[in-house]
Design a protein around this ligand. Structure first.
Ligand SMILES: *[C@@H]1O[C@H](CO)[C@@H](O)[C@H](O)[C@H]1NC(C)=O
Ligand SMILES: *[C@@H]1O[C@H](CO)[C@@H](O)[C@H](O)[C@H]1NC(C)=O
Ligand SMILES: *[C@@H]1O[C@H](CO)[C@@H](O)[C@H](O)[C@H]1NC(C)=O
Ligand SMILES: *[C@@H]1O[C@H](CO)[C@@H](O)[C@H](O)[C@H]1NC(C)=O
Ligand SMILES: *[C@@H]1O[C@H](CO)[C@@H](O)[C@H](O)[C@H]1NC(C)=O
Ligand SMILES: *[C@@H]1O[C@H](CO)[C@@H](O)[C@H](O)[C@H]1NC(C)=O
Ligand SMILES: CC(=O)N[C@H]1CO[C@H](CO)[C@@H](O)[C@@H]1O
Length: 207
């Protein structure tokens, strides 16, 4: 069973990229986590209950950390006291199935959690363009880079639904309509962005 973890987009920095957070503390399920290419992902794991607990962190069944000792990659960090596992400078190859098993001093397993990390390139600032059609109608196109962009529109601050549109649907990356301040919003599972265009009277000859 794959369960959606809480994905929070915390900030977009110039150097750090997008930071995402995932809560993978629930046992018996595989939590779905998202990382943003070039960004940072923080995964909440069960926190320490005793100084003597031992932790084994695996990626695709390969041991990557034992308690606070990181074995394979300097981009990883794990803080035992808070249970926060961090991957910096996220790469596409960071995708995969991770697991964390905790044993107490008696060798008894006290926690065992699993999460799947998917990586998405963040959406880039959208480019809006328009083409004038006949009868004052205009076709507006919105395009943004990034993985799996999801488009939505609003006109004069109100979400556009299909009833406003001369061609649609309102989730398409290009739509046909008349006047107003049009906003195109683009999102995927790690980021979101938007751009505006003011639709003034459009004449086929003006373009
Ligand atoms: C993670 O989820 C658990 C259980 O669903 C909850 O108790 C805990 O407060 C959450 N932690 C964070 C940091 O969101
Ligand atoms: C990770 O992503 C690559 C494509 O970027 C894909 O080929 C590979 O199967 C994925 N690995 C896992 C474990 O999902
Ligand atoms: C963790 O739990 C999974 C099933 O949820 C099991 O397949 C796996 O063997 C367990 N890992 C360890 C080290 O006990
Ligand atoms: C579309 O928006 C109009 C006005 O904003 C509203 O009256 C109508 O119910 C909406 N239609 C749908 C399908 O949401
Ligand atoms: C993004 O999340 C949705 C669920 O919110 C999921 O259906 C979709 O497959 C995810 N996209 C990618 C590229 O993982
Ligand atoms: C678009 O216009 C609205 C209303 O004027 C404004 O609140 C918003 O910040 C603008 N967004 C962008 C990306 O320029
Ligand atoms: C948070 C968010 O807006 N996620 C969207 C990312 O893009 C996919 C489509 O590729 C949408 O399904 C998600 O809702």
């Amino acid at each position: 069973m794959l369960n959606m973890g809480a994905v929070l987009v915390l900030l977009i920095g110039v150097t750090d990229g997008v930071k995402t957070f995932c809560n993978a503390t629930q046992p018996h399920i595989t939590t779905q986590c998202f990382g943003s290419l070039g960004g940072t992902v923080e995964v909440q794991l069960p926190a320490q209950s005793s100084q003597d607990d031992t932790y084994e962190l695996r990626k695709n069944n390969v041991l990557i950390a034992k308690t606070a000792l990181i074995i394979t990659d300097t981009r990883y960090s794990f803080i035992v006291s808070t249970g926060i596992f961090t991957i910096k400078d996220v790469k596409r190859s960071d995708n995969g199935t991770y697991s964390m098993v905790i044993h107490n001093v008696g060798g008894i397993e006290i926690a065992n959690v699993t999460w799947f990390l998917s990586i998405q390139a963040p959406v880039s600032s959208p480019h809006l363009s328009r083409v004038c059609l006949s009868r004052g109608q205009q076709r507006v196109s919105c395009s943004a880079g990034g993985d799996g962009p999801h488009y939505s529109w609003s006109l004069d601050g109100h979400p556009l639904n299909d009833t406003h549109l001369l061609s649609g649907p309102s989730t398409a990356s290009d739509i046909t309509l008349e006047l107003g301040l049009l906003t195109c919003s683009v999102s995927n599972n790690t980021s979101n962005t938007a751009a505006n265009i003011t639709l003034s009277v459009c004449d086929v000859l003006m373009g």
